[in-house]
Ligand binder design. Structure first.
Ligand SMILES: Nc1nc2c(ncn2[C@@H]2O[C@H](COP(=O)(O)OP(=O)(O)O)[C@@H](O)[C@H]2O)c(=O)[nH]1
Ligand SMILES: [Mg+2]
Length: 201
């Protein structure tokens, strides 16, 4: 799967978001979980900034995605601000109700939510909060179990099973931005859900 992508904009005010004309895929999860790395891995280009130190910017970065040979963009990736790292309660209380939750509730073109959860870390309250919210919102949802390269095959199998018990209703795709494991499967999910979205219009 090869795509052509470009950074569109960083927006902190919903009135500046791109017009809701293309299906959008939202990348959600705690700071440092690997959101920007998964985006870059899917796009095959370093369009999203990655960092080992959690950022605190309250804005959404939008990327446009085209298929090679097609003149028009096909979909949008939205990199949402992370939350729940270090100063958990403060970040959750600031980012979540005032910004992330309204986006999830109101963004009309939102075709798929990708909830990123670090497969190396035991279940966290902030992950549970995100997953509960997404499940009750009824938005199409896939869990991306990130940094799968850090575990051996057996450990990974156990960790994914634990995650599946924790979140029984969502499909889980183990992913490594480092090795590309899970890339084709995740693209497949994205294609299916964006086509479902287009069919509902
Ligand atoms: N081993 C490993 N490290 C990763 C992977 N994805 C991200 N990281 C590391 O995790 C840190 C945070 O990644 P980043 O994409 O910036 O996370 P974000 O804050 O959620 O956007 C960086 O140091 C990355 O190099 C992965 O698949 N495997
Ligand atoms: Mg990031």
């Amino acid at each position: 799967m090869r795509v052509i992508s470009r950074f569109l904009m960083s927006a902190s005010d919903p009135s500046h978001f791109p017009a809701p004309t293309l299906p959008e895929v939202a990348f959600l999860g705690r700071s440092n979980v690997g959101k920007s790395s998964v985006i870059n891995s899917l796009l095959g280009a370093k369009v999203a900034k990655t960092s080992s130190t959690p950022g605190r910017t309250r804005s959404i970065n939008f990327f446009e995605v085209r298929w090679p040979g097609k003149p028009r963009p096909e979909l949008i990736f939205a990199d949402l601000p992370g939350y729940g790292y270090a100063k958990v309660s403060r970040e959750v209380s600031e980012q979540w109700p005032s910004f992330i939750e309204p986006y999830l509730n109101e963004r009309s073109c939102l075709a798929l939510c990708l909830a990123l959860v670090d497969v190396n870390v035991p279940p966290q309250a902030s992950d549970r909060q995100l997953l509960d919210f997404l499940e009750s919102s009824g938005r199409p949802l896939v869990i991306v179990a990130t940094k799968s390269d850090r575990l051996s095959g057996n450990q990974l199998g156990n960790a994914v099973r634990t995650m599946a018990q924790e979140y029984p209703r969502a499909h889980i795709v183990p992913y490594s931005a480092r090795t590309g494991a899970g890339r084709e499967e995740l693209w497949q999910e994205i294609k299916v859900e964006t086509e479902n979205y287009a069919a509902r219009l």
